[in-house]
Write a protein that binds this ligand. Structure first.
Ligand SMILES: [Cu+2]
Length: 321
């Protein structure tokens, strides 16, 4: 019998091929199954993760108010939600944040999230990342607060599209944006201290605009209307200093205590600096911690002394003193 080699080979090859195909199909099936299960598991974990990423929603309405930084001194101000500074936004690291801006001002505006690395179209720079928000319009900002620390928000211009940023800052459009870290050690007292400036005679929409600041505020107030920083002996105190001024630097000086600078621009320092005076240029933030271990009444003021003279002074005040 002549053994037909070729067919046998073909038969063998055919079997082999089928076997390989079957194996491949099985392998593909198994891989698909594993991948599919993996994807389902991944999708499941994403689904499980998203609800735990809290959505924090805020509304900020920019509007004109009467600003009274000390009794009897009435200024025209532009405020978020009727207050200067605007309301403090405080979220946790990793939260999704949605903020709806409504513009009830007589001029276009936008909000920039200073120190937060947000997607470009959420950065709030008119003519660069978005169109200016016109009077009567709203704009929704949404991003994940990825970085912890002391950040802030403020109106923003870009020269061409919105040339009056300094004016809008001086009028009062700024506020704190605090992102609490996941493993942050909380202080017993956590004070936000926003510094700002303006010209008292500032008159928006007029041709006689004077911009050289002659008033210097702490949390929108002038001495003696500024709230004291109240403490009890033994407490650990954190001051979150934010300079929202349009053009002035403020070397802030605390009497009777040496502060530990634990963060600059919201970013924690590996090696804290010991300082009794911290110089804040416009846009900068310093987090200073100290232990309340020296009872009494202590001045806390700007060391640019004509700023202090116009009212940039408050007190560190031990309870019972
Ligand atoms: Cu100053």
């Amino acid at each position: 019998m002549i053994v037909p080699l070729t067919p046998t080979l073909s038969l063998w090859e055919g079997k082999q091929e089928r076997a390989i195909i079957m194996q491949a199909i099985s392998l593909k099936f198994i891989i698909s199954l594993v991948l599919g299960m993996g994807m389902m598991a991944t999708a499941g974990s994403c689904w499980a993760k998203n609800p735990s990423r809290a959505l924090k929603e805020y509304s900020l309405t920019a509007e004109e108010i009467t600003w009274e930084p000390r009794p009897g001194l009435k200024l025209k101000g532009w405020a978020y939600n009727g207050q200067i500074p605007g309301p403090e936004i405080r979220v946790k690291e990793g939260d999704r944040v949605r903020i709806t801006l409504t513009n009830n001002l007589p001029t276009p505006t936008a909000i920039h999230w200073h120190g937060l690395d947000v997607p470009a179209d959420m950065d709030g720079v008119p003519g660069v990342s978005q169109d200016p928000v016109q009077p009567g319009e709203t704009f929704v900002y949404e991003f994940i607060a990825k970085q912890s620390g002391t950040r802030f928000y403020h109106t923003h211009g870009s020269g061409g599209e919105m040339p009056d940023e300094a004016l809008q800052m001086q009028m009062g459009l700024y506020g704190a944006f605090i992102v609490e870290g996941k493993n942050e050690r909380k202080a017993d007292r956590d004070y936000t201290v926003i510094l700002s400036d303006r010209n008292a005679a500032l008159a928006p929409m007029s041709m006689q605009m004077k911009m050289e600041p002659d008033l210097f505020f702490i949390n929108g107030k002038l001495s003696p209307a500024i709230d004291h920083l109240m403490v009890k002996q033994g407490e650990r105190v954190r001051l979150r200093l934010i300079n929202a001024s349009s053009m002035t630097t403020h070397p802030m000086h605390l009497h009777g205590h040496t502060g530990k600078v634990v963060a600059i621009d919201g970013n924690g320092l590996k090696f804290p600096l010991l300082r009794d005076t911290v110089p804040l240029a416009p846009g900068e933030r310093y987090d200073v911690e100290f232990t309340a271990d020296n009872p009494g009444l202590w001045a806390f003021h700007c060391h640019e002394l004509h700023h202090a003279d116009t009212g940039m002074v408050t007190l560190l005040h031990y309870e019972g003193q």
